[in-house]
Design a protein around this ligand. Sequence first.
Ligand code: ADP
Length: 403
Amino acid sequence: MTSNATRVLVLNSGSSSLKYQLLDMADGARLAAGLVERIGEETSRLAHTPLASGGDKRERTGPIADHDAALQAVAEELAADGLGLDSPELAAIGHRVVHGGSEFTAPTLITDEVVAEIERLIPVAPLHNPANITGIRTATHLRPDLPQVAVFDTAFHTTMPESAARYAIDTETADAHMIRRYGFHGTSHAYVSRETAKLLGKAPEEVNVIVLHLGNGASASAVKGGRCVDTSMGLTPLEGLVMGTRSGDLDPAVLLHLSRNAGMSVDEIDSLLNKKSGLIGLCGDNDMREIRRRIDEGDERAALAFDIYVHRLKKYIGAYYAVLGKVDAVAFTAGVGENAAPVREAAVAGLEELGLVVDAGLNEIRSGEPRLISPEYARVAVAVVPTDEELEIATQTYALVSS
Ligand code: ADP
């Protein structure tokens, strides 16, 4: 790697999509960003924003056969901006990989053995890991000489103690099938907990933070002195909080009941719990903006969905308060956490005895910056800390290849 190789391309590869960002780690600048969607269909679309030049977003539509063709199209767009992937300034490609099991505890330089290990984890991440492997193969094909780094969604949570990571089921069965709690959104929880410490003017080792990542998928984590000690997602991203379309926690016997008494197949139950539950299952909408609009119009189903969402959130705040013993901050992040003031207000309401208070005026202020929304006197800081998973993946990737 030459000393002026400071750019990192971040790839987030889905089954029919490819999201990307090109960052310059010399100053953290975002040079370009975009998305290819509906790969393999007639109506594929590439949307590319040349951030470095401040140019307009460009779009291409028409068939893009596979991920190889998608990355080739991205490379052409980048080359048109003078940011080609053959540039000596490109230091590495960082891949978001969803499931790293218990093995991958840190960002990892990709080799054939690493790909084989990510493949071995497909049974616990059947939707995500195959797509991530496709992204890795595609990028390796395009630039075989370039370091490729896997950054795992699960890695930050591998510090969880066994008491938090193990389900209380027969140990042999659990181990034979890799059944344990892994947690997800780790890059976001890592980034946001660190940024929260920074906001408090402290080192990550000095603070205990409850991070609430509330996007379409949602998860909470308890971070003690910079290390994750518990998180709400488990074997898969289905456990925990009420989400846009996922149920989160429920009595496992619900599945048995649906199988025995409703005659539903495994795939039907999977689809019910992952795609037709959560907010959308409760009220028909999974966008918090729409739910708030309906509540303002007096819609009772939307109001109940909101209350169920907040009730679960509050239970996790209480649980992680107890897990941590002492809490310095509660940080809200992702689409809902960063934007929905009513969710933040309701989640913390009534927790004054725990030192948690939200200042109504501060909570209403809209900003893209990390900020406190608790009054100065509050014992526990409540913060809004925008997440930036791409920056975190690029930072971890660059740290590995430049060390
Ligand atoms: P993901 O990355 O999981 O798809 P995001 O973190 O982008 O999700 O969050 C998406 C969600 O954020 C949307 O479903 C929507 O409910 C919520 N959201 C975005 N903007 C707002 C807003 N201004 N007010 C309330 N909710 C919002």
